[in-house]
Design a protein around this ligand. Structure first.
Ligand code: GLV
Ligand code: MG
Length: 315
């Protein structure tokens, strides 16, 4: 795993075609927490070989700030994966944090990438284990095997749901991936979201929701983001620059939540350390050790998002 990127926020994960130098240059100026330069579906087959050196140049020459920087390679069932890894990871240097592997169906695919990365890192003079892995779950078999996949390598940093390919894999009668289906009485992906979340969290991974393809519908996008945010996902993909700001807002705690979490931690500290009580009243509700754990997460995410505790009204 990449020591640098493992715990960095991934509220907004921006997809950029690796065949477009212009779009990669623009992407470096956008405030996405994570950016991935795509050799897979955003890159036409005829463009893939030529995109590899373009990605290497973009990784080296654009100023990516602190963000998580990733390349999405092609899946193992194509002819491109090994060259994607050798040519991009072998030449891009230490600034490349991770490789994203799409359409992962079995744990052995992650193991194969891990072993290839061992060799490429050695030859390129990169620190051993420097490059992290993000794995996409986007087929029925991938979902069935998600628990083993999430435990397949210490390089894994994030597990991602790919709704468009997943809908195709399931043969759902839809033509747009990753959007609400009004005819369905509920959330057609609830089981999938939950299963991936459990497997990811059980293995200490960040858990990311994939794309929303109606990029001209910001309100519907904001609304749809709430599904995975409320479940506990860390972030979601952006396919367009306008989606980035929405994600950074939706996947951050509000100031009110942040202040309340800080106050819960204060009250719990006082209860346990000074009053020697395990559970106490906080306003109208009882708080205990589990409340502390929930509050700690809010505070950590809020601090990462740049929030600071509000001054009390009478201060
Ligand atoms: C993303 O890759 C998807 O298929 O939704
Ligand atoms: Mg896909």
């Amino acid at each position: 795993m990449s020591a640098r990127s493992r715990d960095l926020p991934r509220r907004s994960c921006l997809s950029v075609p690796g065949s477009s130098e212009k779009m990669m240059a623009k992407a470096a100026t956008l405030p996405a927490d994570m950016t991935f330069l795509d050799l897979e579906d955003a890159c036409a087959p005829l463009e893939k070989p030529g995109a590899r050196p373009k990605i290497v140049e973009a990784v080296k020459n654009n100023d990516w700030g602190d963000r998580v920087l990733c390349v999405r390679v092609n899946a193992w069932d194509t002819e491109w994966t090994f060259r994607d890894v050798i040519e991009v990871v072998g030449n891009a240097g230490e600034r490349l944090d991770e490789v994203m592997l799409p359409k992962v169906q079995m744990a052995s695919e992650v193991v194969a990438l891990d072993l290839l990365l061992d060799q490429v890192e050695k030859e390129a003079g990169l620190p051993a284990g420097h490059v992290g892995i993000e794995a996409q779950i986007e087929t029925a078999r991938g979902l069935i095997n998600v628990e083993e996949i999430c435990a397949a390598s210490p390089r894994l940093e994030a597990i991602i749901f790919g709704p468009a390919d997943f809908a195709a894999s399931l043969e759902m009668p839809v033509l747009t991936g990753g959007v609400q289906i009004p005819e369905y009485p509920g959330d057609h992906f609830h089981y999938v979201f939950s299963k991936i979340l459990m497997a990811g969290r059980a293995n200490g991974l960040q858990v990311i929701d994939g794309p929303f393809l109606k990029i001209r519908e910001p309100d519907a996008f904001r609304d749809y983001c709430q599904r995975t945010r409320i479940l506990g996902y860390d972030g979601k993909w952006a396919l367009h620059p306008d989606q980035v700001a929405i994600l950074n807002e939706v996947f951050s705690p509000t100031q009110e939540q942040f202040d309340r979490a800080c106050a819960i931690l204060d009250a719990y500290r006082q209860a346990t350390e000074e009053d020697r009580k395990g559970a106490v009243m906080f306003g109208d509700e009882m708080i205990d050790e589990a409340s502390r754990k929930m509050a700690v997460k809010f505070v950590a995410r809020g601090e990462q998002a740049g929030l600071r505790r509000s001054e009390p009204a009478d201060a």
